[in-house]
Design a binder for this molecule. Structure first.
Ligand code: VG1
Ligand code: CO
Length: 542
């Protein structure tokens, strides 16, 4: 029986860069998740009996919300729900299922790289029928709906078990529980030369993948160990845990330090990689070198044709605005399209659908292609492995020759976390106020050539996104970008992105910290970071 339950709206359900993210206790308020899910169902134009994909990264509260979402889908006219066994689906695997199964959309439960557990973070995101995150037109309509919602619909009977594969019924709706890994692993086999990678591994090439007790464990074990022949111990922290073992499933220098140290050891493996909570990010490490995500995007774009899935070449590249311009140099040299979008994968969807680009990336360890409509951590790792299997060079050598050919974009992102919200907003406002008078100003040896607040007009549907980050460009090509995070759940996170191009191969061996020293100092002068936030150093540098 379908029940209609009265509810009171919440005013704070505004989706950020990637869905609605809040602390778990916040989500546990009465009807908090129900309100948001019903608002999604109310907004997405839906014909009867369509298919909905549901899955999440397995974090605390995942199962409860999934069971509720299944009952709500049954009460809202869906014909079929496809759910990963035990509610598990990595973000790219969910995107793939939506596309493969012709679903109307999907609900992905994740707060990505944010910590989990009873006091950790939780999140809900809606993806549309192309498999990608809902565009802003939809997320803002959902937000509007949440502010006035008065009732939600739910099927009175409990949801069927989701720990067994197969089809069951809930009212008229079919609940299909699928193996979370199978379809995704098949997709990867169709894109990459598994025989070649297997041969590389059989030749003594060693690797370690750190799943950080998050969703990629089962995917990585199936692909690297079972299908590619890596040693069992090559996949570590492979068991998904509700609290990620107490860690942050964020594959960066701070949270993946153990893996990085392992790779830096003299007898460590040749290749290391990690992914985040929901499996869409990637960290790539070679012997003695951590690959900056912006460089990784450029290298992958320049070498993608070495993998069977991209042998015909790539149509174009898109990167988010704060991502370094390393990929632009590849696009320019190869004569293919280059697009600069606001932060967040939802802005790549139209470009991918229109065939304008094949590969996309963000500085935040996200890379992906037109095979799904999300960034994809294991895809990036496999493309690297395919390239290594073809070139038979080390990661460090590949980087070196890439820089020699295209030049090097030194790059760093400085994160100031849990900063006072008013202070952070004041800092951005002050920057915006000063933009008009910025050009021509001198800071040490640096002269500002251009300054703006980034806005983007989607070349496919003409939609416009404004206020996407303050860019300060210096003559000579140096660049500082300031923006506030849209995924945090406490205070504000200020992100400062610093970049400088170096064409001279004799100067490609500097430590980024030193290569960027003057820009780093200037970022504090222009942004008044110390003065306004009281912070003398960033919490995380990536
Ligand atoms: C961050 C990253 C952005 C990424 C987003 C979602 O957003 O900077 O590049 O798309 O997280 O990734 P923000 O607004 O905090 O800077 V994930 O892996 O958290 O879904
Ligand atoms: Co993620």
């Amino acid at each position: 029986m379908i029940e209609t339950i009265a509810t009171k709206p919440y005013q704070d359900q505004k989706p950020g860069t990637s869905g609605l993210r809040k602390k778990v206790p916040h989500f546990q308020q009465p009807n908090y998740a129900q309100n948001f899910i019903q608002s999604i169902f109310d907004v997405v134009a839906k014909q009867e009996l369509e298919t909905l994909v549901i899955g999440g990264d397995g974090r605390f509260y995942n199962r409860e919300v999934i069971l509720t979402a299944i009952r709500m889908a049954a009460a809202n006219g869906y014909g079929r729900v496809i759910v990963g066994r035990n509610g598990i689906l990595s973000t790219p695997a969910a995107s793939n299922l939506i596309r493969q199964r012709g679903a109307a959309g999907g609900i992905i439960l994740s707060a990505s790289h944010n910590p989990g557990g009873p006091d950790g973070d939780f999140g809900i995101k809606y993806n549309i029928s192309n498999g990608g995150p809902a565009p802003e037109s939809i997320t803002s309509a959902i937000f509007e709906k949440t502010k006035s919602i008065s009732a939600y619909r739910i099927f009175s009977a409990p949801a069927p078990r989701i720990d067994e594969l197969g089809e069951k019924h809930l009212g008229d709706m079919v609940v299909e529980v699928v193996d979370p890994v199978a379809a995704y692993a098949e997709l990867m086999e169709s894109l990459f030369d598994f025989d070649k990678i297997r041969a590389l591994i059989a030749s003594g090439f060693t690797m370690r993948f750190d799943a950080m007790h998050a969703v990629t464990g089962p995917y990585a074990s199936e692909i690297f160990v079972n299908r590619l022949g890596a040693e069992k111990g090559s996949v570590v922290n492979a068991e998904p845990l509700e609290d990620f073992g107490g860690g942050h499933p964020d594959p960066n220098a701070v949270h993946a330090a153990t893996l990085i140290n392992h790779l830096m050891a003299p007898n460590g493996p040749a290749f290391g990689a990690a992914s985040d909570g929901d499996g869409d990010r990637n960290l790539i490490i070679g012997k003695g070198v951590v690959v900056s995500p912006s460089d990784s995007l450029a290298v992958l774009a320049a070498n993608a044709h070495l993998a069977p899935g991209y042998a015909r070449g790539i149509a174009g590249i898109a990167r988010s605005m704060p991502t370094s311009q390393a990929a632009d140099r590849v696009a320019q040299k190869r004569g293919i399209g280059m697009y600069e979008t606001p932060t967040g994968w939802k802005f790549f969807g139209n470009l991918l659908d229109a065939g304008k680009v094949t590969i996309c990336g963000e500085e935040s360890a996200g890379t992906g292609s037109d095979h799904v409509r999300e960034k994809d951590g294991l895809w990036a790792v496999l493309l690297w492995l395919n390239i290594l299997a073809e070139r038979r060079e080390s990661v460090a050598d590949i980087l070196k020759s890439h820089w020699a050919e295209f030049g090097r974009n030194y790059y760093q992102r400085h994160d100031f976390e849990e900063v006072d919200k008013d202070a952070a907003e004041g800092l951005m406002e002050s920057l915006r106020d000063r933009l008009a008078s910025m050009a021509g100003q001198r800071f040490g040896s640096l002269v500002v050539s251009e300054a703006d607040d980034f806005s983007y007009k989607d070349p496919v549907d003409g939609s416009v996104a404004t206020g996407q980050g303050v860019r300060i460009v210096f003559s000579g090509g140096g660049r500082i970008v300031f923006r506030l995070s849209g995924t945090g759940t406490a205070g504000a996170t200020l992100r400062v992105y610093i970049e400088r191009f170096e064409p001279d191969p004799a100067k490609h061996d500097l430590v980024p910290e030193e290569a960027l020293a003057e820009l780093i100092e200037t970022a504090d002068v222009i942004g008044e970071i110390k003065k306004r936030t009281g912070r003398t150093a960033p919490d995380v540098v990536t």
